[in-house]
Ligand binder design. Structure first.
Ligand SMILES: Nc1nc2c(ncn2[C@@H]2O[C@H](COP(=O)(O)OP(=O)(O)OP(=O)(O)O)[C@@H](O)[C@H]2O)c(=O)[nH]1
Length: 506
C-alpha cells in the first residue's frame, strides 16, 4: 500500500541577511507625527535604500553618517535654501524598525517647515537615475518591518492597538500583542500540533511494522493532546471576548429625572476633564452617548432622554421604549436621584427600572446632592422611599457632585464592577486579539482540530488512510496559526486586512 506523507507544514522563512525582502522597493518618506497641527517637534521618517542619499542631499554634505547618533544638522532645499535646523537620527539596515536604512528628521513642528522638508525629499525622486523615492502609503513602514521579518502579524496588530489605545486598560491589552506574548502562545500551539503530526506520521510510515496496540496508544495520546489544546484555545477565545469590552467600552445607561445631576456626575467620575473622549449628541428625544475614562476603563455612558418629562405622549413613550432597548444591551445601569425633588422618581422612570429589574441588570442607585440633605433623618427617609418603590436589592450610594463627597467610593465601586465584567482582576494581564485572529482560530485552527476528532472517532485506529486524513486536518490547524502570525502561504490576501487601519507614517 502506498502511504501518503503529510504536506510540508511550515513555510521556511529563508531570509538572506544581505538581501532584504524590500530592497527592490522605492524609498518611502512621511510625516510620522500628527499631520496638520502646530507642535514643538515633528518627525519625518525615511526608509529604504536611498535614506543615506537623502540625508546627504538635505544636509548638503558628504560627511560620514554615524548610525544611532543624534546629530544637529542644517537641512537645505535643492536650491541650497536653508529649510530648518533639525536633529537627525540614522539607523542602518538591518538594525532598524523597518529592517531597511531608516532616517528620522526631528524638525521644528510648524506646518511650513514640515511641508518644505517633505517637498525637498520628494524632489529628490529621479527614476531615470534609479533613485525612486515616494510618499509612504498608510502603514507602509510597519508593512516593511513585517516583510523584512522584524515583527509578525500579531505584533503589527499590537502596534495598531497601542496607537489607538485611549485608556490605561486598553494600553495594557495592546501590550499583550505588541510585546509578543500572543505570538509566543501561538508558536507554542503550532509546535504542539506539529509534534503531534510527527507522531501520526510515524504511524503512517511505520504502521504496518508496528503492533496494533502501539499504534492505538499513539493515536490515543495525540487525541488527548488535541483535547487539551482545544480547551486552551477555547479558554483564550473566551478571555479575549471578555476583555474585548475594554476596547469597545463598558456600556452604562444613566437614568434620572431632569436636573438630578446626570451631566455633573459624568464629569465627576471622569478621570479628569480632558478624559471625556467624545460626545455624540442625539436628537432631543434620543440618548446622548459620552465616552469617558473612569479609572483607566473606557466607559460609554448613554444619558437617556425619553424619561425626561412626566408626560405620556406618544413620542415620550417611544423614547421610553428606546431607552429600555438600550438598557437591554448595557452592562450597567445607574439611576441618579435628587433628594430635594418631589416625587423622587416619576412614574415613567419607575416603570423602566422595574422592567430592567426583571432582566437582571447590574444596577446602582446614586443619591446626588448630598450637600442639600438637611440631616441624617432626611437621608433615611429618601433611602426608605427608594427601597419602597424599587425594592432593596440594589446598592444605594450617596454623593455630591458639587462637593465631590462620596465620588471616590462610587468610582471604587464602579471599578470593581468593571473588573468583574472584563475579568481583569486575576493575575494574568488582559489580552486582545483582532477579529481576524479570532476568525482564523475558529475557521482554521479549531476547525482543523474538530475535523481531526471526527476522522479519528469514525475511523478505525489501524486504518492508515484515516491517519493520513487526521494528519491533514491537523496540518490545516497548524497552517491556520501560520496565517495568524503571517508565516503562511497566501499571506498577501490578509496583509490588506491588517494594514488597512494604519495611517500614513506608521
Ligand atoms: N447642590 C448641588 N447641586 C448640584 C449637584 N449636582 C448637580 N447640581 C446642580 O444641579 C443642576 C442640574 O445639574 P445637571 O448636571 O445639569 O443635571 P442633569 O440631570 O444633567 O440635567 P438635565 O440633563 O437637564 O436633565 C445644576 O445647576 C447643577 O449645578 C450637587 O451635588 N449639589
Amino acid at each position: 500500500m502506498l502511504l501518503r506523507v503529510p504536506p510540508l507544514l511550515l513555510k521556511c522563512q529563508l531570509r538572506c541577511q544581505s538581501q532584504l525582502a524590500t530592497s527592490y522597493l522605492p524609498t518611502i518618506y512621511a510625516l510620522s507625527t500628527a499631520p496638520g497641527t502646530k507642535s514643538a517637534i515633528a518627525v519625518v521618517r525615511v526608509s529604504g535604500t536611498h535614506s543615506k542619499y537623502i540625508y546627504h542631499r538635505l544636509n548638503n554634505s558628504e560627511k560620514k553618517l554615524i548610525p544611532r547618533r543624534t546629530l544637529l544638522r542644517n537641512l537645505y532645499a535643492t536650491d541650497k535654501n536653508l529649510l530648518d535646523k533639525a536633529l537627525t537620527l540614522f539607523f542602518d539596515s538591518p538594525k532598524s524598525y523597518t529592517g531597511e536604512d531608516l532616517l528620522e528628521l526631528h524638525l521644528h513642528g510648524g506646518k511650513a517647515v514640515t511641508s518644505s522638508v517633505l517637498n525637498a525629499i520628494g524632489s529628490l525622486n529621479d527614476r531615470n537615475s534609479g533613485i525612486e523615492i515616494r510618499y509612504a502609503l498608510p502603514g507602509e513602514f510597519t508593512q516593511r518591518a513585517f516583510q523584512n521579518g522584524k515583527i509578525d502579524l500579531t505584533e503589527v496588530e499590537g502596534i495598531r492597538e497601542l496607537i489607538d489605545a485611549e485608556t490605561e486598560t486598553q494600553r495594557q491589552c495592546a501590550l499583550s500583542s505588541f510585546n509578543g506574548m500572543n505570538k509566543n502562545l501561538f508558536m507554542f500551539w503550532r509546535d504542539k500540533i506539529i509534534n503531534n503530526i510527527a507522531q501520526l506520521t510515524a504511524i503512517i510510515d511505520f504502521g504496518e511494522d508496528t503492533e496494533i496496540e502501539d499504534t492505538n496508544n499513539i493515536l490515543q495520546l495525540v487525541k488527548e493532546n488535541m483535547v487539551q489544546l482545544k480547551e486552551e484555545i477555547n479558554q483564550f477565545i473566551q478571555k479575549v471576548e471578555k476583555t474585548s469590552i475594554l476596547q469597545s467600552g463598558i456600556k452604562v445607561v444613566l437614568l434620572g429625572p431632569p436636573n438630578a445631576g446626570k451631566s455633573s456626575l459624568i464629569n465627576s467620575i471622569s478621570s479628569d476633564d480632558v478624559s471625556i473622549i467624545s460626545q455624540t449628541p442625539g436628537t432631543t428625544r434620543d440618548a446622548v452617548e459620552t465616552s469617558i475614562d473612569v479609572n483607566g476603563y473606557k466607559v460609554t455612558i448613554s444619558d437617556t432622554a425619553g424619561i425626561r418629562s412626566h408626560s405620556s405622549d406618544e413620542i415620550e413613550l417611544l423614547g421610553i421604549e428606546r431607552t429600555i432597548k438600550k438598557s437591554e444591551q448595557c452592562d450597567l445601569c445607574l439611576l441618579i436621584v435628587d433628594p430635594s425633588s418631589k416625587p423622587l422618581i416619576n412614574e415613567n422612570l419607575t416603570q423602566m427600572i422595574q422592567s430592567m429589574q426583571t432582566r437582571g441588570k447590574e444596577f446602582i442607585i446614586i443619591v446626588n446632592k448630598q450637600d442639600l440633605l438637611t440631616n441624617e433623618n432626611h437621608l433615611k427617609s429618601v433611602i426608605g422611599s427608594l427601597k419602597e418603590k424599587l425594592g432593596d436589592q440594589f446598592p444605594i450610594i450617596t454623593v455630591s457632585c458639587k462637593t465631590q463627597e462620596g465620588i471616590e467610593s462610587l468610582i471604587k465601586q464602579l471599578t470593581k464592577i468593571f473588573q468583574r465584567l472584563s475579568e481583569t482582576t486575576d493575575e494574568s494581564s488582559p489580552i486582545i486579539a483582532s477579529r481576524r485572529v479570532k476568525e482564523i482560530l475558529h475557521s482554521d485552527v479549531l476547525y482543523g482540530i474538530n475535523s481531526f476528532f471526527v476522522t479519528t472517532n469514525t475511523g478505525v485506529g489501524d486504518d492508515a488512510y484515516d491517519v493520513v486524513m487526521a494528519s491533514e486536518h491537523l496540518s490545516h490547524a497548524a497552517d491556520g496559526i501560520g496565517k495568524i502570525t503571517g508565516d503562511a502561504v497566501g499571506i498577501e490576501e490578509i496583509l490588506g486586512v491588517v494594514f488597512a487601519k494604519f495611517c500614513v507614517g506608521k
